[in-house]
Design a protein. Sequence first.
Length: 590
Amino acid sequence: MKKKSRPGHHQPVGRLRQASTAGHQPWSGLNRFAERFWFVILLGISLVAFGLRAFDLRADPPPDLSWSSAIYSDEAHNAYSARNWALYGRWQIDDYIPYVVYPWLNIVTGIIFKLFGIGFVQLKVVSLLAGLLLVFIIFFFVRAAGSALSGLVAALLTACCFPLVMYSRLGLAELSQVMFLAAAGLFLVHAERNRLAAFLSGVIALGAVLFVKVSSIFCPAAIGTLYLVELIRHRRDKGRFRPILSSGLFWLLGALLPLTIWLLLIFLPHRADYLSYVLRHSLGAKAGHPSGLFAYLLNAFSVGAGSRLLSRIPIMASLGFAALPALWRTGQRRALAYLSYLLLFGVAMLGYQLYHPDRYELFTILPLLVAFALVISRLVNGQARICHPWPGPWGIAAYSLWLWPLMTHIALHSRGFWGLVQARTESALLLSALFAAAAASTLLYGLHSLTHGGIRLSQPGLRGALALLLLALTLGNDLSRYNNWLQSRTNNMFNYSRELDTLLPQNSVAAGFWAPAMLATSHKRALFISEGWHVNLDNPVGRFGVTHLVVSDEAEFRLLDSITSGRAAQARIVRRFPVRDRQIVILELP
C-alpha cells in the first residue's frame, strides 16, 4: 500500500499551490489570475523596485537610516580594494585590504570601475543589482512555499520595503548578503528532489560566508541543523531518509567548490591579513561583548530595536514573527524551517557583540517578510486563522520562548509596557517580557481550545478587506518614508567629493578615516587610516607621501597629529564639509 504523505512535509510544490486555491470559490479567480499572469506582474513589480532604487543614486541616504555614520563612509571602505585595482592594478597598495573579507563586492565593483570608470554611482551598482535580484529570488522562494499569489505579495513587499530599498542604494556588502541567503534557501527548497539544486545551495551558502560577508556563517549552521533534524525525524523511513541524506551530501559537495576557490585565491595568498581582520572584528571588537547571560539575552533580543530597523516595518515584523511557527507547522516545512533557523542562528550570532548597526541586522527582515506575505495570501484563501502553533503545556512554554524577543521589543518601545513595569535592571526587563510572552501564549492557547482549532474568518469579503488593509498599511508606511526622504533629499556627499577633487592638486594624497568616502568621484590617492583597524598608522607621510589630512573629530585629529610627528597641528585648513552631525575638515600639511 502506498504511504500517504504527511501534510506540509513532502507534497510536490504544484500540489501545495493547488491545495492553497482549491475549495475557496470567492477568491479562486484571483489565485488563477496570479498563476496565469505571474510573469507580467512580477516584471511590473521589478520595474517599481528598480525605480525606487535607481532614482537619483547621487543622493545621500536618509540621515536617520542608521545611528551609525558608516552609511556615509563604509561603502568606500568596503570597495577600497576595488578602487586600488582599478587605479593601480593591485588589490593591496597599503596596509588595508578589504578584498580578503569582501571578495564578491570588490571583484564585481572593480570590474565596473574598469568598464565605466571610478564614480559615486558606480560604487553602488552591486548593491542595486543585488536588491533587484532579491525581488525575483523572493518570488520563487515564496511561490515554492505557498502559491503564485503569495510569491507576488512577497515580491511587492521586497520591492517597496524601506530599509531594503535604502540599503540597495548604498555600496555596502549587506544587501548582497541578504540576496545570497535568499538564493541558498531557494535552491534548498528544491534540494531533496534535485541534486543540482542541493549542490548550488551549498555553493551559495558557503560562498556567502567566504566571498560576501564572514558573519554569514549562521547560514551554513542553519542548513546543517535543518538536515540533521530531518534525518533524525525520518530515520526509520528509508523512502525519505535516503533522499535527504543524498541531498545533504550533494550540498556538502557544493560547499567544497567555494572553499577550494577561496583557499587558492584569498586565504593562502593573504592569510595574515585575513586572520588579523577576523580576530580584530570578533574577539577584539572595540565595542566589547555582553558581560553575562542576561546582558547577552537582552543584546540578542533587542536586535532591530536599538537600531530602529524593525520599528520601521512594525506590522510586517510583529505579525510575521508571531505567525512564523504556525506557518512552519502547516506550510512547506523545509522553506519555513530554513527561515526560522536562519533567524535564530543569526540573532544568536548578533548577540555576541555589542556593536551591530542596522546593516548588520538587515537579514532579519527576510523571514519576517516571507511569513507576512504568506499570512496575507492565506487570509485571502481562508486558510489563515488565529491559532496556537503547538498544542499542550509544552507547546505553551515553547511559544512563550518564541514570543519572548517580540515582547522584549514591545517593552523597550513602550517604556515598560506603557509604564506598567518599572524594570531597573536587564534581568527585570527580560523577566517581565517573559511573563508577558507566557500570558500571550496562554491566552492564545485558550482561544485555540475554545474554538476547536482557532478563530477563522468565514466571510470572504471581510478576509479580503483585512488582507488589503494589512498590505496597504505596510506599503503605505514604506512609501511614505520614501516620499519623505525624496522631498528632503540632498546630494552633499557627491557634491563634496566633486568639489574636493577640484580643490586638491593633481598629485595630492589625502589620508584619514573619511578620505576614501570624500574622494569617491576622484582619481586622486585616498589613504584609509584607522586606529580601530590598525591600518596605515606607521609614518604615512614618509611611506605614502601624504599631503592632506581628512579629519572628522578631535580624537582623529590627535591620532593624525601623533602619526605625522605634530605636522597636523601646523596644517592649514582648506575646507570644511558638514556631514550629518560632524564637520569633515580638510587640512593641508606644511
